[in-house]
Each structure stands twice: as C-alpha cells, then as structure tokens.
Design a protein around this ligand. Sequence first.
Ligand SMILES: Cc1cc2nc3c(=O)[nH]c(=O)nc-3n(C[C@H](O)[C@H](O)[C@H](O)COP(=O)(O)OP(=O)(O)OC[C@H]3O[C@@H](n4cnc5c(N)ncnc54)[C@H](O)[C@@H]3O)c2cc1C
Length: 450
Amino acid sequence: MTDEKGIKRIQDDLAGLDFITDPGQLERFSRDFAWFSPVLVKALADKRAQAVVRPRDEEEVKRVISSCVRHQVPLTLRGSGTGNYGQSTPLHGGVVMDMGRLDAVRWIEGAVARVQAGARLVNIDKEAKPKGWELRLLPSTYRLATAGGFYCGGFGGVGSITYGSIGDPGNVLGVRALSMEAEPRVVELRGGEARDLYHAYGVNGVITELEFALAPAYDWHEALLSFPDFMTAVRFAQTLGKASGIIKKLLTVLADPLPQMCGLDKSVPPGQTAVIAIVTATGAEALRELCGAHDGTVVLEQDHAQVYGTPKTLIEHTWNHTTLHILKKDKGITYLQSGFRPWENVEKVEEMYRHFGNEVMMHLEFLRADGALTCSGLQVIRYSTEERLNEIIQYHRDNGVHVANPHTYLLEDGNKGESDPRQVAMKRWLDPQGLLNPGKMQAWDDEAAA
Ligand SMILES: Cc1cc2nc3c(=O)[nH]c(=O)nc-3n(C[C@H](O)[C@H](O)[C@H](O)COP(=O)(O)OP(=O)(O)OC[C@H]3O[C@@H](n4cnc5c(N)ncnc54)[C@H](O)[C@@H]3O)c2cc1C
C-alpha cells in the first residue's frame, strides 16, 4: 500500500483530471465479477484502490502513468469491470485507471475497425453494421465490456464457433500501447507482438487503441431447441458444429436442470436439455431439419437484429451469463472453465457427465480451437468446500480435460497453467519496474524474488 502522502502527491500532479477518493466509489471501482467464486471472494475481500482516475484522452493517460512511476505507486487498469477473476482488482492498493472514457471508434475501413481501448463492444458493432461488417467475437457481456478489457481479460464467446478466440492470429491486427515509465513511450505493435498483450490482465502495457479484423454482417437467426436427452443434444451440437453449409455465431448446450435454473423454464420443459444456436437466416431451415432428425424440438425462434443489444437476446443465456442468472437465485453454486480436446470431446463430455452427475451440471460452448471443432465447459457446480472444488478440478485434469481455473487471480493458473515467456518479455520492455497490476503475474514475482 502507498502512504497517504504518496496518493496526495499524485492527486496534486493530476490536477484537472477526474480523481476519485470517495470510499464508496473506491470500493465499486475495485470490484469485478470475482464474486462468482467463493474462493476469490475470500481472497480479495480487503483489496481495494486508494484512488481512481478517469482520463479522457491519451495525454491524460500519459500524465497518470508518469505520476505513478515517479511516485512508485501501482497502477491497475479497468475497462467496465466485468472480468471474473479480480483481474482489475488491485492487490496492492494504488491507483485504478478507468479507461472507459477513451471510447471513440477511430475508423472503420473495409473489414477493419480501429477503436480506443474504452469503446464498448456493442457500440463498435453498431457503427460497423450499417457498413456491412460486425465484430467477429463478443463476450456475452458485450453491452458493457470494452475493447481493451476484452482483449486483456477475455477469451472469446459469441463468434468463437467460427473465429476461435480473440487471441487467435488474425482477429486483432494491432494495438497501440504506452509503456509504464516516467516518460511513457508510445508503441504500435502488430501481429505476434500485439498478441503478447492478449489475456495478460494489463500487467505488460497500457493499451490505448486496438485494431479488430471484422466479419461480414449476416442476417442472424436465434433458436432455442429442446432435447429429451443430454447426449443426444451433444451429438446434435457436434453435427451442427461440423455442418459447413450452416454459418454459425453461437452454439450452446445446457443440460437438465440448467434451463430451469437460468430462466429458460418458460420455453424448455423440465427434464430437457436446451441448445441455443445462432445461425444465418438462410441456415434456419437446415437447422430445423437437423434438430428434428436428432429428436429435438424448436421451442423459440427470433430475429437476432430485433433483440441484439437488449436482454431479450439468447446470448444472455450463454457463456457466463448462464452462471450469472443461476447465481442470482442460488448462492450455493459456482462454476468451472474447461476445455475438451477436439478428437475426443464428445466421449470426454459423456465420461465427466456420467461421473459427476448433478454435482457438476454440464454447460457446453462449442467453438473452434486451432481450427478444429470442440467444446469448452462452463460447468455449474454445487459448491460444498474448496477442497472438493479442487478435487473436481484435479479429476478433470487427470482425465485429459483442461481446466482454466476461474478461482484464482493469478494469470498463469487461470490460463494454461504455465507462464508465457513472451508476455514476461513484453512486461520487461513496457513495465520494467513492475508497477502495472502487481501480484497477478506469478512468473514476474518469482523472477523478482530470485
Ligand atoms: C456474466 C458474465 C459473462 C461473461 N461472458 C464472457 C464471455 O462470453 N467471453 C469472455 O471472454 N469473457 C466473458 N466474461 C468476462 C468479461 O466480461 C470479459 O472478459 C470482458 O470482455 C471484460 O471486459 P471489461 O471491459 O469489463 O474488462 P475489465 O474486467 O475491466 O478488465 C479485464 C482485464 O483487462 C485489463 N485491462 C482493461 N483495459 C485495459 C487496457 N486498456 N490496457 C491493458 N489492460 C486493460 C484489466 O486490468 C483487467 O485485468 C463474462 C463475465 C461475466 C460477469
């Protein structure tokens, strides 16, 4: 923690900027959706910012960086604070910088959008669509989530069934970043170098602008389907996922009793598994045919454009929105994030489903990983103890199912389980004094300790 004088010096340096020290506001700007995890709730309970600053442009961002470096105060960035792992919660106090006012869409030319880091994804899409383009990928929080927050804290979501993750080569073409130095350098990074800031929780550079590759904007069609049996629904989803002629934006499977728990109970009868699909309007007929051939029933259909940007879209029953709806009613649950290997995803899903029964309720999101169709799990877990939660995670890992642990704020544990030397090298270059979001990158702290 920084002493009060240190914070006061920063406040003096930043005269004219929106500088917040009200305790209620500090609490609000220090929290994200880590409350999904009972483990993180405990771990982060007393962590908060000592000041929040809300710059309006890149020059103000530079002033904030410069002052924090000169006074050796930690700086943690925040988009909209919808992250799930305390990513924007400062572990060592200091300043939280809200990037939400850098929200301009700079330009959209052809299939590329250049935006400021604080631009909300929904607003980028709204500008791109009249030009015939749209964002390739959106988290289910797209109405709030910012471009920078999605790139540095997110993974994928709606669109992942076609475009993989936001960190896959070709999805984000470049970023403009500032170094954490008394005289901040501005760097324009392209391709692989830009990807070294992907999913790094803002520990290795302050992004002020991003360039997204766009997708053609189709007429999308949302469908909610109901299946009498979980594995039949999974096989249907696998077949639909592979159907090259049906262009897809989203493909979700929610095992019984999840549809009843997450607010789909008006459409999906008890005992049934739900599938949510968003396909092009031209693919709707083929979707219905495939559904019927797998014993399924179409229970709801709607035009995506009519509901996009509102809570009525089925998007808000997928990805971590499913967990959110359930948690609002039932505080006794938590969740997992898992990845199944493409060559055995259906078999492994069945194995885990049979092994855990209703203790680990199956929520699957179909996606492309390294080009291959597979699914990831956002399983809903009946929480008993941290020990049992760790046993469940370990059982998955022992049986070839990858778990990106959502119950840790450490970058490595929440990701691939190991450090990324390129991310660390980028931190050495752009944050040589380790002042950005300290405590999140284990490899950096280990190196410092050594
Ligand atoms: C209900 C719910 C559903 C969700 N669904 C999805 C989903 O479908 N897919 C998905 O990937 N995620 C999902 N998430 C997680 C989260 O919403 C997304 O990752 C979202 O994109 C985060 O955006 P944000 O602006 O809120 O970022 P924040 O949470 O504010 O920040 C995320 C991280 O990025 C860093 N950061 C922010 N701005 C910058 C910047 N300019 N430069 C450098 N670092 C920066 C922060 O320090 C933090 O570490 C979900 C979360 C919830 C609660």
